[in-house]
Design a protein around this ligand. Sequence first.
Ligand SMILES: [Zn+2]
Length: 285
Amino acid sequence: MECLVCNTKMEPYFEKKYDIKTHIFERCPSCGLVINSTVYNMSEAEWSDANNVHKSFQGEIDTQNPSWKKRISRLQPQAELVYQLYINGLFDEDTKAVDYGGGDGLFSEMIQKDYLEKCHTSQKKFLVKTYEKYLQIKDKDGYYNEQDMTPKSFDLAICSAVLEHMIGREDVDYFFNLVNDTGVAIIHTLICESVPQDPDWFYISMPVHCTLWTNEAMSRIYTQHGFVGCAYHLPSKMWLFFKDSEKYNLCKDISSKIPGEWTFSPSFVDYWKAPPYHHHAMDPR
Ligand SMILES: [Zn+2]
């Protein structure tokens, strides 16, 4: 298979057994991207089944469920960051914003709750609406439909824990192409210096994590999509990619008002350079 980032021929890296099926992971010798090529070669139906299993905890509010707890502990600091960016003027109520692949819409609701609690009033029911192509939700409050998803029409496009599920360049480009010329993409995924050659790596305990990102691979995507500024916010483990330097500089200016460590660079911020790739190695997502 050819690397979706740089078209280099990928090489076998390791094998891993999920239930009874052996999956093959391939690595790009140029940018280090690793993919689960067995998943890449699955039919749409097989892939959809795998995703449904993964999403089964969504929407079911069970505070004792470890998957639910993990999801909440990932989303809470991320909602807090997005809310802070709104109240500090990087975004406002006119911002066209999407949580891409946001499933049951919980993230959008959490942002709204933070915003309403602290600002008391909002003209909009949802500052950030959700788009979820797998759930096929029509005319539900707080959701975008397929026809809303025009390229370059969003001021803010968020993608939290979705890029590792994507299959192929088209999916990746679809997301980044949503951002307009002054827009911002905010992403959360695991991006490491080198994907461990280890079938027992925690991050691939489920086969749905089929595209494993490296600093070099994401840096090339960043450049190819014409981003000019990058910020990494540690507590939320989110990267902000800026299409225009004015917004990038504004984010730098307001960052001191937003709690947590920030790193800024005109190029992609390769924050995680050595394993373990996250401080909380046991709770990386
Ligand atoms: Zn590559």
